[in-house]
Ligand binder design. Structure first.
Ligand SMILES: Cc1cc2nc3c(=O)[nH]c(=O)nc-3n(C[C@H](O)[C@H](O)[C@H](O)COP(=O)(O)OP(=O)(O)OC[C@H]3O[C@@H](n4cnc5c(N)ncnc54)[C@H](O)[C@@H]3O)c2cc1C
Length: 407
């Protein structure tokens, strides 16, 4: 490998790739990042950022910036949709002794990416190459090469490590022959965004989860481009329905009205449809290739844990890569990254996100009642509520990851 190739390559300019670039770049490490889009993606996906993630981002000032451009939400609620009954309400302030951020921040992921890109533009050692699509990956003992296509031309770029942060369909993962184990939900998830004020009209908190036999809804507020903000509703769709009917005006109005009956039609400002999976890569490290974010693990969005897990990967991985590259630490640290982050992806995020979905959509009347009663009891008991919030806010999983060591 040529001497000048001791840079870290990153494929993927979503929030996870950009955060890796920022953490490495601000230590003076040379970074080259490739993204196949011409600019940052703007689709409305992640918003909820949990206390454990905010604590990590607090160190680089990002948590405060995200709160400034987003919404601070200390409370979340569970509702029984058919009876319009508030089942349970949780207040993160009970975690004041456990975290510097006893609340979630609702910050749309394109804003987080924007904040990161602004920071990256100040670092001369970081190159951000939009319009560059990775198509292949090669490894040798002393380096790694990624083949990219840019403006119809093929190029090869070499580096000392390669981070695949290129999302759920990761080319880096596929070209590195790393399997992506798990399953795909038969139903797709539809996101309908409206200015209708669910707090003023219905008393819903900025993060509300609705249980309904055979269905569910997440309803949460984002600040959008400024007050009064927007409300996003997320629903499962019926596998038999085609895109045209799901996305039609009649289809989206029928869905909103069935779930949240209203005298007038809803103003729908965005509509998006997602295929959703529960999958974890068989390893997060293969030699000089490292996976992070959705390239490494994907889950359903109930509980808002996908990007949180990705940010936690990025902080963990970039910290360890810095120690290997600048402090001469053994590259076994990267095996520890795999152990820590893969373990919590499987034992915590997969398990919890699947359980969240099942709890909300349970259709057996007795089990359903038992589940909802249990939530009411947990919320009414401060110690049980604290334990519950330690899990939902990802503090418990972050502690578990940090406590793990190699033999
Ligand atoms: C409806 C919905 C709601 C969600 N809500 C939440 C939430 O509230 N909280 C939460 O934590 N998570 C949430 N998530 C999950 C979250 O959106 C993802 O976990 C997050 O986008 C992962 O970020 P990433 O940077 O790993 O990947 P991505 O955001 O997918 O970014 C990958 C980037 O890589 C680029 N790329 C892909 N292939 C190539 C290639 N071959 N060459 C170059 N570039 C490439 C892509 O264009 C993209 O820019 C939600 C997801 C959905 C669908």
């Amino acid at each position: 490998m040529a001497h000048g190739d001791r840079r870290v390559l990153i494929v993927g300019g979503g929030p996870v790739g950009l955060l890796c670039a920022w953490i490495l770049g601000r230590q003076g490490i040379a970074v080259r990042l490739f993204d196949n889009n011409d600019e940052l993606q703007a689709d409305p996906r992640a918003a909820t950022t949990h206390p454990a993630t905010l604590d990590l981002l607090g160190e680089c000032g990002l948590a405060d910036d995200m709160a400034r451009v987003g919404l601070v939400a200390p409370i979340f609620q569970f509702w029984d949709r058919p009876s319009s009954r508030l089942v349970a309400q949780f207040d993160h302030s009970i975690l004041a002794g456990e975290t510097r951020h006893p609340f979630v921040v609702q910050c749309e992921q394109f804003k987080t990416s924007r904040l990161l890109l602004e920071r990256l533009r100040t670092l001369p050692n970081v190159e951000i190459l939009f319009g560059h699509e990775a198509v292949d990956v090669w490894q040798a003992a002393d380096g790694v090469t990624v083949d990219v296509v840019a403006a119809g031309r093929s190029e090869s770029h070499s580096g000392v490590y390669l981070i695949g942060a290129d999302g759920g369909r990761s080319v880096v993962r596929k070209r590195s022959d790393i399997s992506f184990e798990g399953f795909t939900w038969p139903e797709r998830f539809i996101v309908l965004t409206t200015p209708f004020d669910f707090e003023a009209n219905r008393g819903y908190s900025y993060r509300s989860y609705f249980a309904e036999p055979g269905a569910w809804c997440n309803c949460f507020k984002v600040s959008a481009e400024g007050p009064p903000g927007l409300w996003r509703t997320v629903f499962p769709t019926e596998p038999s329905q085609d895109d045209a009917s799901l996305m039609s005006d009649a289809g989206v109005q029928a869905r909103m009205q069935r779930f949240f009956p209203n005298d007038t039609p809803y103003d729908i400002v965005h509509r998006n449809l997602y295929v959703t999976h529960q999958r974890v890569a068989s390893t997060f490290r293969k030699g000089r290739v490292l996976l992070a974010g959705d390239a490494a693990h994907v889950n359903n969005p109930i509980g808002g844990m996908g990007l949180n897990g990705g940010i936690q990967d990025a902080m963990n991985l970039a910290g360890k890569l810095t120690a290997v590259l600048l402090e001469g630490r053994s590259d076994r640290l990267l095996d520890l990254y795999d152990l820590q982050r893969r373990t919590v992806a499987i034992e915590f995020v997969q398990e919890q996100s699947i359980a969240n979905k099942k709890r909300l959509e349970e259709s057996d009347p007795a089990t359903r009642q038992k589940n909802l009663d249990e939530l009411t009891r947990i919320a009414a008991n401060p110690e049980r509520a604290r334990q519950f919030l330690l899990r939902t806010s990802m503090i418990a999983s972050q502690r578990r990851a940090e406590a793990m060591t190699l033999d």
